[in-house]
Design a binder for this molecule. Structure first.
Ligand code: XIL
Length: 383
């Protein structure tokens, strides 16, 4: 028994070391293959520069942090994060279900730790997310007897939540994903409980819940930046048009919106450059900043391509061929290609955040993070 567990912990240590080594290698790959190579001439040396320094004249670079990272239980992840990132997003701990699990109970500690960790390590903290159909408790939409709330009751509950959460971190969290994933892939609004209850089935009230969320967030911290965030904006023109429509709607009502987050959960063959380029251009033309907020690339080719958390998890996205050399090469090239588009749009892109820090802790099971990889950089062709 003892032998087995010693053996197992030895194995875990080896895995962690391997992961760190892989991390260093793929970082190297990104430096080598990105179009900003000219800025990082000495990146090839033994001491690799930090990503945040490589892109310092372009955009902030960050990651999504889990609780283990910020609480010191995953020092490897913390080491990578501190070296490479100047902005941070909590992977889960500010979502309604986690931060406000019961009507009268807020669970501030993990989110407080996240904000403290980010500020202590000179990272710009981003709040994620205030209004979403995912990771929200059932009680949010029900009264004490279990009946659905009315429009006004739900608006009051939304206001209370946003005021408490944004208010607590006023002046410390720089910007908030106010509304997350309100769109269907065809650009229409998702039929969420937010839409059904606050919209009351009336077309003229369809965008009300989004507008109200932005209004309440602005009241709670007038200096905070406010964002709309969604997936597949990079692959679906219709969905991107839907996001443009949201921005224009909010602006037409005189409400503050500072940016749109393209989550960018990609794959080896998507998004293509043209489609990503078109989306960034279309969003930037509305006058807001564009952010890449949840970057990862799954190597598994089959299956659903979106990022609906009801449809994917580590298991469903795992890929037994992820380690194959050819796969690794394509992964590195895809990252390089995407970064070449980001750099081209550096005037409009304010931040690029990876969704996770390394593969072992990513929500995707198929080696998705830029921060891991096995390919040797000198086999890579420049994009
Ligand atoms: C994911 C987290 O990474 C997982 O740990 C969690 O189980 C589900 O949510 N879009 C988002 C993120 O906006 O909040 C999601 O994060 C991934 C998709």
């Amino acid at each position: 028994m003892l032998f087995t567990s010693v053996n197992r912990s030895f194995q875990v240590n080896i895995n962690i070391k391997e992961t760190i080594m892989k991390t260093k290698k793929l970082l190297h790959v990104i430096f080598l293959s990105s179009t900003v190579l000219c800025f990082v001439g000495n990146a090839v040396g033994s001491e690799k520069p930090a990503l945040k320094d490589v892109y310092k004249d372009h955009f902030l670079i960050g990651g999504a942090f889990n609780r283990r990272l910020v609480s010191g239980k995953d020092p490897n992840a913390a080491e990578i994060a501190i070296k490479h990132f100047n902005t941070a997003t909590p992977e889960n701990d500010m979502k309604w279900l986690l931060i406000h699990p019961k009507p009268d109970q807020y669970n501030w500690e993990p989110a407080d730790r996240f904000v403290d960790f980010a500020l202590k390590n000179n990272m710009v903290p981003i709040g994620h997310c205030l209004v979403w159909h995912g990771q929200v408790p059932r009680w949010t939409f029900r009264d004490d007897s279990g009946n659905p709330l009315t429009r006004n009751e739900l608006l009051a509950r939304m206001k209370d939540h946003i005021t408490s959460v944004v208010g607590r971190y006023k002046g410390r969290v720089k910007g908030w994903d106010v509304v997350n994933e309100a769109l269907n892939d065809d650009g229409t609004l998702r039929n969420s409980q937010w839409l059904r209850i606050i919209g009351e089935g009336k077309p003229e009230q369809e965008y009300d819940y989004i507008a109200k969320a932005f209004e309440y967030a602005h009241q709670a911290d007038p200096n905070a930046e406010l964002y709309y965030n969604d997936y597949s904006l990079d692959t679906s023109k219709e969905k991107c048009d839907g996001a443009v429509k949201i921005v224009k709607y909010l602006k037409s009502k005189g409400l503050r919106i500072d940016g749109v987050g393209i989550q960018l959960h990609g794959g080896l063959d998507y998004p293509d450059k043209e489609s990503l380029d078109g989306s960034i251009t279309a969003l930037a033309e509305t006058g807001v900043k564009v952010m890449i907020t949840e970057l990862d690339i799954r190597t598994r080719a089959r299956g659903y391509r979106g990022a609906d958390i009801g449809r994917i998890n580590r298991q469903s996205t795992s890929d037994s061929n992820a380690d194959a050399e050819q796969t690794q090469q394509r992964l590195a090239q895809k990252y390089a290609e995407l970064f070449s588009v980001f750099v081209k749009h550096k005037k409009d892109i304010s931040r690029v955040t990876f969704w996770g820090v390394y593969d072992r802790t990513s929500w995707i099971g198929a080696l998705p993070c830029c921060l891991t990889g096995t390919i040797s950089p000198n086999r890579l062709s420049m994009p």
